[in-house]
Design a protein around this ligand. Structure first.
Ligand SMILES: [Zn+2]
Length: 642
């Protein structure tokens, strides 16, 4: 690659021009006031897709990043080259003999690859031995036009055929070795052809030069696919298969679709769908996306349904990364992808294919379905929301925790703060937890996970420790009621005084407390504590016993003290419950607002009802009217942990 190409590949014209001209986004392009003539309305346009600029005003100038810098900085080409090379971090080596030699080597390797491609192509079309490859292509429904367009070929099942052919045409053995087409025997006794008895797919760079080959086995040979090794002209992490033929369509449609295999690309072109490229058996790299960004800022990745399923069931992101890498899905990790998206300022979406389908098959059998799938591609984060939450029971605490654990790390990678907030809110609504809790928790969790990761430990939840039973507000109220059942009356009166129902089982958020209260309440006045205990589920009995013991170490209280504490405790329980309802209602309202639902008025009424009840409870709690005792005294009530 020439220095100029290298600079162009590394620099984004929008970024370069932005440092001289204030640009505003206008559709896919950018507009600004032309720096080369006087104007009041912007007619200077920068096109990221073509990496060019043009003034549609009086001066009518235009060009690429070099011509812009020449004009803007009043430099000649050599000056612009030095400036841009510095900016791109490309070193301008003086043309020494060494890099002249390297340039010449690359030129020879490309030429050898071109000759090899012609040789393989001719064998596919004309040789008797090529019949296996021809029938394979026929079976895959690849037609003659596609075979010619991609210059598909066939390598004879022979150890010397290609090497001999190229040497016979005057190419040096060292160069053929460097091109990766032949392999040196370990005992030094000669060399043999790398590709034998395989279907050959020439791999071209975006300018159409053959830089390497992909080869598919036509029998049970393993591996099924092999590629050229890394050579001075071939680095598969920087190349996208089919880009030379797809770039025009990608530019026109403003969308690049990235698939897994060559066959997908071949089939798409055959059906007139030309904006597809394939990553070649590796995770998609930032270099590849940068290359694509020169043609479009919108990308869609086709994932098979299997990959999505796998993704969702995987327990950790680290594992996901490994598995995806093994499965040769062109996705690094969701987090990596999101990083690319924000770093490169592009829009990456995910196309989910129906179970058991691949792009090749969908395009062949139902091109309209393909168009729909592309149309409905989801933004990455949305995709992971769907993949992950579809597997979880979001009504269960465990499912909620799992959703948060898996989605928060992804959300936290989003570069754009507005977007990040949007997804935090979305997750908050989904699991019915307020945003702040979510952020706090995620902060702590991710740090802990990191530590565990560093020590190579599996993150594990501690088993619930029955010994660590704490006496909170719920336990205090319940314990008091078990000990002094007659105090329920006073509490219910206090609740009704502020216009709400008497104490109910669902005032208890803790499930075991709720169950014990419900049993106690049903049998109120009919059973003694011993009978009640027998009736309880055995699992509840240890807690029941602890409740009967009361808060450990608490001094005895008299009846009045106990009643006041219970009333205040009960009011607070109700207040907590209403607070939770208010929060849930806010989420519902936000959802309704998003959907434009007609439920908004109804939600509004409910909200007013809750808020006024909450306000009356606040007033009662602050009135200090319960036997003239103050809030401060209550706080000192033995055993009460608010
Ligand atoms: Zn102008």
């Amino acid at each position: 690659m020439s220095v100029v190409d290298e600079i162009k590949e590394r620099l984004d014209i929008v970024e370069v021009i932005s440092s001289y001209v204030a640009l505003k986004k206008a559709g896919r392009n950018y507009k600004g006031i032309c720096p080369f003539h006087a104007e009041k309305t912007p007619s200077f346009v920068v096109f990221p897709d073509t990496q060019s600029w043009h003034c549609f005003g009086a001066c009518g100038t235009g060009g690429d990043v070099f011509s812009f810098i020449e004009r803007q900085e009043n430099l000649d080409f050599a000056g612009a080259l030095r400036l841009l090379a510095r900016r791109a971090g490309v070193s301008l080596k003086p043309q020494t003999e060494a890099n002249q030699a390297e340039d010449k080597l690359k030129k020879r390797l490309r030429e050898i690859n071109e000759r090899a491609a012609e040789y393989f192509h001719n064998l596919l079309l004309n040789s008797i031995a090529g019949e296996t490859a021809r029938s394979y292509l026929a079976q895959r429904e690849i037609n003659r036009e596609t075979i010619n367009r991609f210059q598909l070929g066939y390598a004879l099942d022979d150890w010397q055929a290609l090497g001999d052919h190229l040497q016979g045409r005057g190419y040096q053995r060292e160069d053929i070795l460097a091109a990766g087409l032949i392999i040196e025997r370990e005992d030094g006794s000669g060399h043999y052809d790398r590709f034998r008895g395989r279907l050959i797919v020439p791999i071209r760079d975006e300018r159409g030069g053959v830089v390497g080959f992909g080869a598919r086995a036509l029998d049970d040979s393993t591996p099924k696919y092999i590629n050229s090794p890394q050579t001075p002209v071939f680095d598969k992490s920087t190349i996208l298969f089919g880009l030379d033929l797809a770039k025009g369509a990608i530019r026109r449609e403003g969308l690049a679709v990235i698939v897994e295999g060559y066959m997908d690309v071949l089939m798409a072109h055959q059906h007139g769908i030309a904006n597809l490229v394939a990553s070649m058996g590796t995770a998609l790299t930032e270099t590849q996306l940068k290359l694509l960004k020169r043609f479009s800022q919108r990308f869609a990745l086709a994932l098979d349904a299997d990959a999505a399923g796998h993704q969702a069931t995987l327990r950790s992101m680290a594992l996901a990364q490994e598995t995806l890498a093994q499965r040769v899905v062109p996705v690094p990790t969701p987090r990596g992808l999101i990083k690319y998206e924000s770093r490169l300022d592009v829009d990456i979406r995910i196309i989910t294919l129906p179970q058991g389908q691949d792009p090749d098959k969908v395009i062949r059998e139902d091109p309209a379905l393909w168009a729909r799938l592309v149309e409905n591609a989801l933004p990455i984060v949305e995709y992971y929301f769907e993949a992950i939450t579809s597997e979880l029971d979001l009504d269960s605490p465990k499912g909620k925790a799992e959703a948060v654990r898996r989605l928060m790390p992804i959300i936290q990678e989003i570069g754009n703060a507005v977007e990040r907030t949007h997804y935090v809110q979305k997750l908050a609504r989904l699991v019915r937890v307020d945003e702040k809790t979510l952020l706090d928790q995620a902060g702590v969790k991710s740090k802990r996970a990191k530590r565990h990761h560093e020590h190579g430990e599996e993150e594990e939840e501690a088993p619930p420790d029955r010994e660590k039973f704490t006496f909170g507000l719920e336990e205090y109220c319940l314990s008091t009621l078990l000990e002094r059942p007659h105090l329920l009356q006073g509490l219910d009166d206090a609740l009704r005084d502020v216009g709400v129902d008497g104490l109910k089982a669902d005032d208890f958020a803790q499930a075991e407390n709720r169950a014990i209260f419900a049993s106690w309440w049903e049998s109120w006045g009919t059973k003694d504590l011993g009978d009640l205990r027998e009736e309880l589920d055995p699992a509840l009995r240890p807690r029941f016993d602890l409740l009967l013991e009361g808060p450990r170490g608490a001094p005895p209280t008299n009846n009045d003290q106990a009643e006041e504490a219970l009333i205040k405790g009960g009011l607070r329980l109700r207040q907590r419950k209403i607070q939770k309802l208010v929060e849930e209602l806010r989420f519902l309202q936000a959802d309704a607002g998003e959907l434009g639902g007609a439920a908004i008025a109804e939600y509004g009424q409910m909200m007013n009802f809750y808020l006024s009840a909450k306000w009356r409870i606040d007033q009662a709690l602050h009135a200090n009217s319960f036997f003239g005792r103050s809030e401060a005294n209550l706080r000192r009530t033995p055993g009460l942990v608010a």
